[in-house]
Ligand binder design. Structure first.
Ligand code: ZN
Length: 442
């Protein structure tokens, strides 16, 4: 029995899916994503410097259209989803802004239903785009994949998720000014910092709907990259020394979020591997997660596995038999559907999870081959229990997960040889982000 033999050789993985999240994932539609992208392309250009007064062309018409879609989705939300264009006025900066500019991010907020839960999750894509010359504000710039893909994912998540309610708040944002220097994300991240928003995760989506590379001609729609930095630029002085001593350079906020996105994403989305890249972003490029990262928030970027530079930041033209330009025909909408589901399941799992456990500690008072962990209960009311996570120091992902309804655990594995963390778990098995224990040696 060859079949029985091959099955017995496969390591067992128990996949437990929350039915509500499964249901939402099944509603994410390839056709709906395709229709958003085609509509976005129809605005001719969405360059941030383009017209704001033409009803059919330019960034102004595009952002009004996105706003109207959000307002439509809001009707099914029982008043919990609200949307507006958050504007700011910028002066010419001598770089990529050469006129006084009214910059506008289209923001939809799905208010959380737990008044004691002030956590905020952000999903972001950029509405603006560019031709070969970033200052060219009149010529056609389709921007189907960069970043029609990200905006379509944001809109589809808003459409599906606004029918559901979550303890935490989710913000869906179509950002402007990315190509002019991350201006819209910088504006929003600065506002969040000033107003002390409790942002626990920013999922930035930029170029995630096409499945092939130029030059090397790789075609693959089963892998997506998540970019994250290790140690934060804010980790300096004594804090940096502690991280170095404990070997935690791979457990910063963004990296932890990336690891979480991989685990939850692969749990819910079939035929998709989430590939962690231990970098903030690609060479020569940046994205809208960076202004959040710089201010100490956990922010990552989702980006397709193989990029095709013939279709990014290029005037639409044929040269030496090669078609240049960011056209919808080069996209893979089934791939975009899976990548949208990756966002949705992570937003939903985090928004449904309890707040993290408090005061997570590892006892380092004496030399022992055990690991003794303790923590205080999560501030959320509905906690079923906690997962203690464990991995070898060289492993990229958590390898063992122990459940307890207690607030302590003593494990026969040496704290010197493994990394540990603790998550709160809800009644429907949604885990919080992991918390790394602090040594309590004195
Ligand atoms: Zn982009």
């Amino acid at each position: 029995m060859v079949f029985a033999l091959s099955l017995s050789m496969v390591a067992q993985t128990i996949i437990h899916r929350d039915h509500e999240i499964e249901q939402m994932i099944s509603e994410v539609s390839k056709d709906s994503l395709q229709s958003y992208v085609k509509k976005l392309v129809s605005f001719g250009t969405r360059n941030t410097l383009s017209t704001q007064s033409d009803p059919k062309k330019g960034i102004g018409a595009a952002r009004n259209w996105v706003l109207n879609r959000f307002v439509e989705f809001a009707k099914q939300s029982g008043g919990r989803l609200t949307a507006f264009i958050d504007t700011t006025t910028l002066k010419p900066d001598g770089q990529r802004v050469d006129v006084p500019l009214l910059l506008g991010n289209v923001v939809a907020t799905l208010k959380g239903i737990d008044p004691n839960d002030n956590r905020i999750l952000i999903i972001s894509g950029h509405l603006d785009n560019m031709r070969s010359n970033v200052m060219d504000r009149t010529g056609d710039a389709p921007g189907a994949n960069d970043d029609g893909s990200g905006v379509a994912a944001v809109m589809e998540c808003a459409r599906v998720m606004s029918k559901h309610s979550f303890p935490a708040t989710i913000i869906f944002v179509a950002v402007s000014g990315e190509e002019q220097g991350l201006l819209g994300a910088d504006y929003m991240a600065e506002k969040a910092k000033k107003e002390n928003w409790n942002i626990v995760a920013v999922l930035n989506n930029d170029i995630m709907g096409s499945n092939n590379s130029n030059e090397t001609n790789i075609i693959n729609n089963t892998k997506i990259r998540v970019f994250s930095e290790g140690i934060s630029v804010l980790d300096t002085g004594k804090n940096a020394t502690t991280l170095r001593n404990l070997g935690l350079e791979n457990d910063g906020k963004a990296r932890q979020l990336a690891r979480y996105c991989k685990e939850v994403g692969e749990r819910y989305v079939d035929n998709l591997e989430v590939v962690m890249i231990y970098r903030n972003d690609r060479f020569l490029r940046g994205g809208d997660h960076l202004p959040y990262v710089l201010r100490g928030f956990a922010a990552v970027r989702f980006c397709e596995m193989n990029e095709n530079y013939y279709h990014q930041h290029q005037d639409v033209r044929v040269e030496d038999g090669i078609q240049y330009g960011d056209l919808p025909g080069f996209m893979d909408f089934e791939y975009l559907r899976k990548n949208t589901c990756l966002n949705l399941c992570n937003l939903a799992n985090l928004a449904k999870s309890p707040a993290t456990p408090q005061e997570v500690r590892v006892d380092t008072k004496r030399l022992t081959n055990f690991t003794n962990l303790s923590w205080e209960v999560s501030k959320s009311a509905k906690v079923k229990g906690y997962y203690v996570l464990m991995r070898e120091t060289t492993s990229a992902v958590w390898q063992k997960k122990f459940f307890t309804d207690d607030t302590k655990m003593n494990l026969p594995y040496s704290k010197d040889n493994y990394f540990f963390a603790v998550q709160s778990v809800s009644e429907t098995d949604n885990e919080s982000l992991p918390v790394i224990p602090v040594p309590s040696g004195k």
